[in-house]
Design a protein. Structure first.
Length: 130
């Protein structure tokens, strides 16, 4: 198991220059792919192992991008070939507005009563400026 903190500045990761301290999701994915390729070149005994990209929370955004970058590299024949099998997400953020769906979901699942749902939904609409 390899743990990589992405983007730079999270976990134990750091940058040595101000420019390197910034990266967007695609740059982070490309950095992860570059790291993995270099790591596998140095540790070729792991080349045949099944490879899964995994993460939680904000990684719900980045893990699919990293997985796609790896898949694109496989399609292009870039070596070393990563034995990609899939990806795993735990409690992922999937898009910026996903929190606005919690109240309707809880109501639809019968977790909150109609009256509370109406009050909460009205507050949500006011917060969104509707």
């Amino acid at each position: 198991m390899i743990f990589v903190d992405l983007p730079v500045g999270t976990g134990f990761s750091y940058a040595t220059t101000q420019k390197a301290n910034y990266s967007d999701d695609l740059q982070s994915a490309n950095h992860a792919y570059e790291f993995l390729r270099k790591w596998l070149i140095e540790h070729q005994e792991y080349l045949n192992n099944p490879f899964y990209v995994a993460g939680d929370s904000y990684s719900g955004i980045t893990v699919p991008i990293v997985t796609q970058v790896i898949s694109n590299g496989i399609d292009r024949g870039i070596k070393p070939w990563i034995n990609l099998k899939g990806y795993i997400l735990g409690n992922p953020l999937t898009f910026a507005g996903q929190d606005y769906y919690r109240i309707p979901f809880a109501h639809g699942m019968g977790l909150i009563p109609d009256e509370l749902y109406k009050d909460l939904a009205m507050g949500l609409w006011l917060e969104l400026g509707q």
